[in-house]
Design a protein around this ligand. Structure first.
Ligand SMILES: NCCC[C@H](NC(=O)CCC(=O)O)C(=O)O
Length: 446
C-alpha cells in the first residue's frame, strides 16, 4: 500500500564562527576566498531566508543546529593543555591552521551530514541514517558525532528511524553523505532507486581516479552505506564521478547533478559511464519513466557549472512541474543564465526557476543544495519527529532574533583565538538547544 510522503529539507543553521579559512583543497571557492572577512550574521540570516521562502511555499522545512566551534575537546585531544583560554592561546600561537580547522562552521552544509534512505526503499521499512565520516578533510571529520546526536534528538522513535554510526573514518571508507547520493522515484512514498556517486575505488589503485584534486568518496563507502541501510540491488545504483569533473572542481556530486522524483538534471561530464548509469536507473525506476535533463558542455562549459553552482540548486515539486531553486551566481554567469532562460521554455520537467541569495555560503563552496539534507517522510514518520525543529513563522522569528542577538557581523582568522568568541558561541548554542527542543547535544553541555 503506497503511503503519502513528503520530502522534507533540513537546512543547516550557519554557525557563529562562519569564516573563510581556505581549508578545502579541491573546492575552488574555499581556496579563492581564503582570509576574506566573513559575516556570520548575514550568512545565518541568508540561510534562514531561504528556509522561510520555501516553508512559505508549503515545503516541509527543518533546521539542523550548528556545532560547538572552536571545538576544545579536539584541541585537547591534540595535546593542547590548560584552561579553555590557554588551550586557545596555545593553538593560535603554535598552529593557527589547526585552530582554524576546529573553528569551521562547515556543519552548515548538511548535504554532508548523513546519507538518508527512506523507509519505502529499506528492508526493514524504517528510515535509515548514517552520519558521514567526512574523513577527507580534518575540519569536517570532527562533525559526525554531534551530527549523529542531533539526528537522534530529532528522529527519535526507533520504530520508525534507524541510526548507524559513521563508517570507519579512514580514506578507504571516505563518505561525504547525501551530497553524493540522489534518490529517484515516481512518488516519494513509492519504492525508489538510490544513486550513489563515488570518486575512486579505494582497494583498486589501477581504477580511474582524479589526478589534480582528491576524490572524497569511495565505492567501498557507498556500498557499505547501502548494505547498512538494507537496500537491495533493486534500490541502489553506483556511479563513478568523472575524474575530469573532480579535477575541474566538482568535489561532490551535488556540484554537477541533482535529482528529484523521476528527473535527473546533470552535466554531460558528470559520470564516467553515463549510458550504463542511465540504463540502470531507468531499469530500476518503477511507476514513471526517467526524465534525464542533460546539459552539454557546449551549452554550459563545466567551468561555468562550477563557478555558478547551477547543479547545486534545489529541485522541488510544484503543482505544475518542478522548481529549480538556483544561487544568485547563476544569473552572473552568461552561459548559465542563457541556459536557464531556455530551460523553462522547452516542454520539460523543470517549469520554473527562482534565485536565492546564499552568497556567504557560496564563497566557501556551498550552494542551496549543500545547505540542506533531504529526508523523505510518510505521514506517520513526519508526526513521529521532534517538531521543535520544524520551521514555523514563530520559530523563524525566534531564530532571526537569536542570530541578531548572538552573531558577529565580521569574523576573520585572527578572531578565532578570541576567548570571548568561544563564550559567545557557547551561550548562543546553549540557548539554541532550548529553542529547538533538542536537549544537551554539545560536548560543553555534557
Ligand atoms: N557541500 C559543500 C561543502 C563545502 C565545504 N567547504 C568548506 O569546508 C570550506 C571551509 C573553509 O575553507 O573555511 C567542503 O569543502 O566540504
Amino acid at each position: 500500500m503506497v503511503k503519502h510522503a513528503v520530502e522534507a529539507n533540513f537546512d543547516g543553521l550557519v554557525g557563529p564562527t562562519h569564516n573563510y579559512a581556505g581549508l578545502s583543497w579541491g573546492n575552488v571557492a574555499s581556496k579563492s576566498n581564503v582570509n576574506s572577512v566573513a559575516n556570520p550574521r548575514e550568512a545565518a540570516l541568508q540561510g534562514l531566508a531561504k528556509m522561510k521562502q520555501l516553508a512559505d511555499r508549503g515545503y516541509v522545512q527543518g533546521v539542523l543546529p550548528p556545532h560547538e566551534r572552536p571545538h576544545l575537546p579536539t584541541l585537547r585531544a591534540l595535546g593542547f593543555t590548560g584552561n579553555d583560554r590557554q588551550v586557545l592561546e596555545q593553538a593560535a600561537s603554535t598552529d593557527p591552521s589547526i585552530l582554524a580547522a576546529v573553528s569551521s562552521a562547515s556543519a552548515m552544509w548538511t548535504a554532508n551530514a548523513a546519507t538518508v534512505s527512506p523507509s519505502a526503499d529499506t528492508k526493514d521499512h524504517r528510515v535509515h541514517f548514517t552520519p558521514a565520516n567526512l574523513s577527507a578533510k580534518f575540519h569536517r571529520s570532527i562533525e559526525h558525532r554531534v551530527t549523529g546526536r542531533a539526528l537522534k534528538a530529532i528522529f527519535t522513535d526507533e520504530s520508525y528511524f534507524a541510526h548507524h554510526p559513521a563508517l570507519p573514518s579512514v580514506s578507504h571508507f571516505g563518505d561525504e553523505g547525501a551530497a553524493n547520493h540522489t534518490r529517484l522515484c515516481s512518488r516519494y512514498g513509492e519504492p525508489g532507486v538510490e544513486l550513489f556517486v563515488y570518486g575512486q575505488i579505494a582497494f583498486n589503485e589501477q581504477a580511474p581516479a582524479p589526478v589534480k584534486y582528491p576524490a572524497r568518496q569511495t565505492l567501498e563507502a557507498s556500498r557499505a552505506i547501502a548494505r547498512l541501510h538494507g537496500l537491495s540491488d533493486r534500490h541502489a545504483v553506483f556511479a563513478q564521478q568523472n575524474p575530469a569533473a573532480i579535477d575541474a572542481g566538482v568535489f561532490h556530486n551535488d556540484v554537477i547533478a541533482v535529482g528529484n522524483g523521476n528527473c535527473l538534471f546533470y552535466h554531460e561530464l558528470a559520470f564516467l559511464e553515463e549510458d550504463r548509469v542511465l540504463a540502470e536507473l531507468s531499469d530500476r525506476l518503477t511507476g514513471a519513466a526517467l526524465e534525464a535533463v542533460r546539459v552539454s558542455a557546449g551549452e554550459v562549459p563545466i567551468e561555468d557549472a562550477v563557478a555558478s553552482y547551477l547543479f547545486n540548486s534545489q529541485l522541488l515539486n510544484t503543482p505544475d512541474g518542478m522548481l529549480l531553486a538556483v544561487p544568485g551566481e547563476c544569473r552572473e554567469v552568461p552561459s548559465v543564465s542563457r541556459y536557464l532562460d531556455q530551460l523553462v521554455k522547452v516542454d520539460g520537467p523543470i517549469t520554473s526557476v527562482e534565485v536565492f541569495d546564499v552568497k556567504q555560503s557560496m564563497r566557501n563552496g556551498g550552494g542551496p543544495a549543500c545547505l540542506r539534507l533531504r529526508v523523505v517522510l510518510n505521514d506517520e514518520e513526519l508526526h513521529a519527529i521532534n517538531r521543535g525543529v520544524i520551521l514555523t513563522d514563530a520559530l523563524y522569528d525566534r531564530l532571526v532574533t537569536w542570530v541578531n542577538a548572538h552573531y558577529r557581523s565580521e569574523l576573520d582568522q585572527q578572531d578565532l583565538a578570541d576567548p570571548m568568541l568561544l563564550e559567545e558561541v557557547r551561550k548562543a548554542l546553549d540557548e539554541l538547544t532550548g529553542i529547538l527542543g533538542l536537549g544537551s547535544i554539545y560536548d560543553f553541555q555534557l
